[in-house]
Design a protein. Structure first.
Length: 89
């Protein structure tokens, strides 16, 4: 799975994964595009490890969250990280 670059917002990262997934039908071969659950897993896998650890520590699982809820959670993590970085500058 691709990893989210630091300078790319969570929402942009997910939109890009979704966009690229839409191109799969145009590629040679017989691989189908990712399912909604696979896209959600790709979003999760692409996030920084500390954010994923906090997600697990919160008692949440990917299975019991929608993609929108997952995006919302990681956007909050992104905001906290940006605030912490601004504090340290």
């Amino acid at each position: 799975s691709p990893k989210k670059p630091r300078n790319v917002a969570v929402q942009q990262f997910f939109y890009r994964i979704r966009e690229l997934n839409g191109f799969v039908a145009w590629l040679p071969g017989t691989e189908p595009p990712l399912t909604a659950d696979q896209l959600k897993q790709s979003l999760y896998d692409g996030m920084p490890s500390t954010w994923r650890e906090r997600f697990v520590d919160s008692g949440a699982t990917i299975a019991n969250k929608t993609t929108a809820e997952l995006c919302r959670y990681f956007r909050k993590q992104e905001s906290k990280a940006a605030a912490k970085q601004a504090e340290n500058e």
